[in-house]
Design a protein around this ligand. Structure first.
Ligand code: SAM
Ligand code: FES
Length: 350
């Protein structure tokens, strides 16, 4: 195995890393020095504050059939729900009342929410003095432009994998080129763009994960969410395992932090599904964002992308308090502002 120390030293000197370097970092057996380096870079470039984003899962209807996803259209056991626009706005108001400065609206690709409905929801939520992030899948450039005009600030769309053949096998009927096109359109339209990968997909290689990181660097993204793949029992990938996906996801986050030191990196909910301290460990390996669930009631259970999702029985108020205590327990603080990409460095310079 390649000695990772010289590669880490070069990364800390802000030298370019090649695909081979990145792959070598992803396969190191003793990752503690990698995690320590990512933590150091995180502190220097984004500080100790953690940005909170309130996640509202507003519909689990989806026209797509991604093989890994629990709410894929071919899962007849998914108990479908769709919040009304009024309920979405009320949930956002509740989140703003809990002190969140960003609301993330996430759903399957649900065509019931046409452009007019979405724009009205965005405009109403913007009146609450919060940043609005959308995570609603692939749309046309015109639709993205309309949401932006209505006030949307950020957009999350994971590329899932940069291995085009693997993507098109796991996401039948979808085109990798179109997904990439969406990300470039979003960037051009002035969104803060978040992307990311699933880690541990069947057939995925370390080389392709290294390609994912280089893809995020080249775009470049403002945020990258790295999530372990957790097999859902009612999907064609039910027999797969999540073994090893947690640590590999931590390594991906850590290398991401070295490659793009000032971006926002969430400690994903899926990490805590695989490990009871998953989000805190991620925060110590490069992450600086947490997206607590602000959805109310039964929808929290029904939005089941993977089994074992955390906090489904809790209320948004409980999650808000719980995450604050956890963050403070590791000596970090919750940020009271919008938490846009680069804010920390800008404040430091002033
Ligand atoms: N429909 C939108 C989209 O395609 O971006 C947003 C919703 S989608 C369910 C959000 C993310 O969930 C996906 O990008 C995928 O990475 C993640 N996801 C889906 N199935 C998963 C699984 N079995 N394990 C972990 N994450 C999963
Ligand atoms: Fe559409 Fe998962 S298949 S959100």
């Amino acid at each position: 195995m390649t000695d990772a120390q010289p590669i880490l030293a070069r990364a800390l000197r802000r030298e370019e890393l090649s695909k081979a370097d990145i792959t070598a970092l992803l396969c190191i057996q003793e990752p503690a020095p990698l995690f320590a380096a990512a933590d150091r870079v995180r502190r220097e470039f984004v500080g100790d504050e953690v940005y909170l984003r309130a996640l509202i899962e507003f519909s689990n209807y989806c026209k797509n059939d991604c093989l890994y996803c629990g709410i894929r259209r071919s899962n007849p056991k998914a108990d479908r729900y769709r919040l009304t626009p009024e309920k979405i706005i009320e949930t956002a108001r509740n989140a703003a009342g809990l002190g969140y400065k960003t609301v993330v609206l996430q759903s399957g690709e649900d065509l019931w929410f046409d452009t007019d409905k979405l724009c009205r929801i965005i405009r109403e939520i913007k009146k609450l003095d919060v940043a609005v992030t959308l995570s609603i899948g692939e749309k046309t450039r015109e639709e993205y432009a309309a949401y932006r005009r209505a006030g949307a600030d950020r957009y999350l769309l994971r590329i899932e994998t940069t291995d085009k053949a693997l993507y098109e096998k796991l996401d039948p009927g979808m085109s990798w080129d179109n997904r990439a096109r969406c990300l470039y359109d979003l960037k051009e339209l002035g969104y803060e763009v978040g992307s990311g990968s699933l880690v541990g997909l069947p057939g995925q290689t370390l080389e392709s994960l290294a390609d994912d990181l280089l893809f995020f660097k080249n775009l470049p993204v403002d945020m990258a969410g790295i999530g372990p793949f957790i097999p859902h029992p009612q999907t064609p990938l039910a027999a797969e395992t999540a073994q090893g996906h947690f640590e590999l996801s931590l390594k991906m986050m850590a290398v991401m932090r070295l490659l793009l030191p000032d971006i926002n990196i969430p400690a994903t909910t899926a990490m805590e599904t695989l490990h009871p301290q998953g989000r805190l460990l991620a925060l110590k390996c490069g992450a600086n964002v947490v997206m607590p669930n602000a959805t109310q009631g039964e929808a929290r259970v029904k939005y089941e992308l993977y089994p074992g999702k955390i906090c489904t029985g809790d209320a948004p108020e409980q999650c808000r308090g719980c995450i604050q205590r956890k963050i403070e327990s590791i000596g970090r603080t919750v940020c009271g502002s919008y938490g846009f990409h680069g804010d920390y460095l800008k404040e430091k310079q002033n």
